[in-house]
Design a protein around this ligand. Structure first.
Ligand SMILES: [Zn+2]
Ligand SMILES: [Zn+2]
Length: 164
């Protein structure tokens, strides 16, 4: 889905600074670097991806700091945490989050987004029919991305067998 525009990412950054100050947590360069990275990411990065990118930017951030900052971002609604059954969590900034679902490639692990208004409506209607009070949902469609479909078969990535 649309990754946060620079303005939205900046807005998130400013709100995050405010949160740190409100909580009387030090506004450190590391915390800001982590937030900045996640707010600008459109590919649902994992912890490992984030560590690699921080290193590439020349930021020395410890794993504990990374985990703690991500927890803070998730708890306060800045970032959404996903478990796509790949054995690790993935993260995306909140402005990108509403009303989209995910395709998860079982071979290369890529996550693509899609939105379908009819699907959203149908889920609400179905819940209604069952007298179920709808609040939210998550859909993950597992399979092979277009690129992997064109390649030779190899063993599926972790998570493939737990799909059924
Ligand atoms: Zn793929
Ligand atoms: Zn997403």
């Amino acid at each position: 889905m649309p990754r946060p525009t620079p303005a939205e990412a900046t807005g998130l950054g400013e709100r995050f600074r405010r949160l740190l100050r409100d909580r009387r947590l030090p506004v450190t360069r590391q915390r800001l670097a982590i937030a900045d990275l996640v707010f600008g990411a459109d590919d649902h990065p994992s912890i490992l991806d984030l560590q690699r990118r921080l290193r590439a930017r020349g930021e020395a951030v410890g794993t504990a700091t990374l985990y703690r900052t991500l927890d803070l971002l998730v708890e306060n609604g800045f970032v959404r945490e996903h478990d796509f059954g790949q054995g690790f969590k993935r993260y995306e900034p909140m402005p990108a989050a509403p009303a989209h679902e995910h395709f998860v490639c079982l071979r290369c692990g890529r996550v693509a987004e899609f939105a379908n208004e009819r699907l959203e409506r149908m889920l609400r209607m179905t819940a209604d029919e069952q007298h179920f009070h709808y609040q939210s949902h998550r859909i993950e469609v597992r399979g092979l991305c277009a690129e992997c479909r064109g390649r030779d078969f190899g063993p599926l990535a972790a998570g493939g067998q737990s799909a059924s």
